[in-house]
Design a protein around this ligand. Structure first.
Ligand code: MV4
Length: 586
């Protein structure tokens, strides 16, 4: 069997997989792009191989380069992590053809669960409950109308190739069908190159609950309980927990048995996840993810089973070493995704350099991260920099521990989702377990708008770094932050929240750098809409910066006349870079 594993991924999951390999006595080989020469995952591996330029299609999605690296490394297996090539059946087949063990399901199982309508048919055959809906693609708005009349409004039109909410349209009345059908089809074609659509009854306030399964190559399948991933924004999960606060042991057993039946019926091998919607005590199968997931950590903390080690052992040909009865849930675990995004500004990417980075520690706290102090986040990949997991004897203890750990997480240099998590975990609805897919819009939107942004201000990005001094007054110690001479530093907590009130160190000092328009993110300049001498309004869009495949508008911080424009289209700028100055008389 294999003794070296090539990890076809980057960031925290590459490190997570390498740790499991090392624990099993396996050698590790990393692959890295030109943007990741000094990335933590490339340093941690026993050997690391350059596979191409920064854009993922030329590196982490380049199957041929990865298989060539596996050959150079003498690897016998390839672990794909999540994302990139993890659910790409042709890549899994190419690994097999090259004599490499793909740490994941057989390509046929991946294909059988790949299309949404095909997965629905497999579920029906295995007797797994589904949201009422079509088992074949729909061809016309008239067909949607017939199905909607049958199931009752509202209905959802979804893309067969779908994922991430793209191609999803909710129809509440017959006269909305035509427009929704056309728009869903356009989005399905552009996002997935697959125009096929299907229809389901739309549930208004479900939870997203998923079941973890683990299968060996001999037809044995276990379920490892559920994860509740209802706290999402634009179909990006932000908080996940195990167990769900709404499942009874009986319901858990029924969902688990359904998941096992479906995994068995498609010949599944390895770790996999079956996603369900859960509403009013009923569960409905949605789709299967044929990979290790970001949030596998909470299942590990509660079952005591190392899922990545388990993947490797199954790939090595071991039979499952546990029975279903031996899988038990102990306590409660919560994961918060720490992303380089600014929750105060619609979660826009907030790239830059981690000028300060200190992780929380202590009993029941786990961090899976892909960064280190001083590390600059490359703009080419996703924005998740770490996962913070807290375990507690029960849910209340896990929440308290998570809130302590969030307060102990010190990050400077960019905005992160930490302030979002602090608001979410402090909310009485979260404490009460009133957490559905509508949690954020229902309970948090107003508070998010009021969060102070962690993005740097002009004064902070000049030579205006504040220094902290220890001051002792009558035997009591204080940390006092003072701006350097000539600089105006804004006092700011490491978690990106502005301290409420209090003395503003250096507030009376003049800025060392001229007033200007700053980039809130690192990225490439897509458009320049400012010209020297131009009169601008506060909030007027002056630049568009592309970062992590998202376009970000940079607006005028206040009205005035533009002085110099300092960047041009195509240029890559750092977070905090001065894009334009204001013209000032005198
Ligand atoms: C649904 C639904 C309600 N009813 N399907 C969104 C993307 C895809 N993963 C499935 N999604 C949904 N499908 C029916 N028939 C509600 C959602 C949904 C959702 C699902 C899981 C987590 C967050 C969500 C947020 C909005 C909508």
């Amino acid at each position: 069997m294999f003794d070296t594993v090539l990890i076809a991924n980057r960031g925290e999951i590459a490190l997570r997989v390498m740790r499991a390999c090392k624990e099993l006595g396996l050698r590790t080989a990393a692959v890295y792009s030109e943007a990741d020469r000094d990335a933590p995952h490339a340093r941690y591996a026993d050997a690391a191989f350059l596979i191409g330029p920064p854009p993922a299609p030329q590196s982490y999605l380049n199957g041929e380069a990865i298989i060539a690296a596996a050959r150079s490394a003498g690897a016998g297996a390839v672990h794909p992590g999540y994302g990139f090539l993890a659910e790409n059946a042709p890549f899994a087949q190419a690994c097999a053809d090259a004599g490499l063990v793909f740490v994941g399901p057989p390509p046929e199982a991946m294909e059988r669960m790949g299309g949404k309508v095909a997965a629905r048919r497999e579920a029906t055959t295995a007797g797994v409950p589904l949201v009422p809906g079509s088992l074949e693609p729909v061809e016309s708005p008239a067909q949607v109308a017939t199905l909607a009349a049958q199931f009752g409004y509202p209905v959802a039109i979804k893309a067969v190739g779908g994922g991430g909410g793209r191609g999803l349209r909710v129809v509440r009345a017959p006269d909305e069908i035509a427009a929704a059908f056309e728009s869903a089809r356009r989005e399905a074609v552009s996002a997935f190159k697959n125009p096929e659509l299907y229809v389901e009854k739309y549930l208004e306030n479900p939870r997203h609950i998923e079941i973890q399964v683990l299968a060996d190559a001999y037809g044995n399948v276990l379920h490892l309980g559920e994860r509740d991933c209802s706290v999402q924004r634009r179909h990006q999960k932000l908080i996940e927990e195990c167990p769900s606060s709404v499942l009874t042991p009986a319901l858990r057993a029924r969902m688990g048995e359904a998941a096992v039946a479906l995994a068995k019926s498609v010949g599944y091998v390895g770790a996999g996840t079956l996603e369900f919607l859960f509403q009013d005590g009923q569960f409905y199968f949605l789709e299967m993810n044929t990979r290790i997931q970001v949030e596998h950590t909470v299942t590990e903390m509660v079952t005591g089973i190392d899922l990545v080690q388990a993947q490797l052992r199954v790939a090595r040909g071991e039979r499952l070493w546990l029975t279903q009865e031996q899988v038990t849930l102990r306590g409660h675990a919560i994961e918060c995704r720490i992303n380089a995004e600014d929750p105060a500004h619609g979660f826009r990417p907030s790239l830059g350099t981690l000028t300060e980075y200190a992780e929380p520690t202590g009993y029941g706290v786990r961090i899976d991260s892909g960064v280190r102090p001083g590390y600059t986040i490359p703009q080419f990949y996703d924005s998740m920099i770490a996962k913070l997991v807290a375990w507690g004897a029960d849910r209340a203890e896990a929440i308290g521990r998570m809130r302590r750990a969030l307060a102990d997480y010190h990050i400077a240099g960019m905005a992160t989702t930490i302030p979002f998590h602090q608001v979410a975990l402090a909310h009485p609805a979260f404490a009460a377990g009133d957490v559905t897919v509508n949690f954020i819009p229902r309970y948090l939107n107003d508070q998010l708008a009021n969060l102070a942004s962690g993005a740097p201000t002009l004064a902070e990005t000049g030579e205006a770094a504040a220094r902290t001094f220890l001051v002792e007054v009558n035997g009591k110690r204080f940390d006092v932050r003072v701006a350097e001479t000539g600089a105006a530093a804004r006092p700011q907590a490491a978690n990106g929240k502005r301290p409420a009130g209090g003395a503003r160190a250096g507030a009376a000092l003049k800025p060392a750098v001229a007033d200007g328009v700053l980039s809130s993110i690192q990225g490439a300049v897509l458009a320049v809409k400012a010209t020297p001498g131009q009169a601008v309004e506060a909030g007027q869009v002056l630049f568009i910066i592309e970062a992590m495949k998202m376009e970000n508008e940079i607006t005028a911080p206040h009205a005035g006349a533009i002085g110099e424009v300092r960047v041009q289209v195509g240029q890559v700028v750092e977070a905090g870079a001065v894009l334009a100055t204001y013209a000032h008389a005198g």
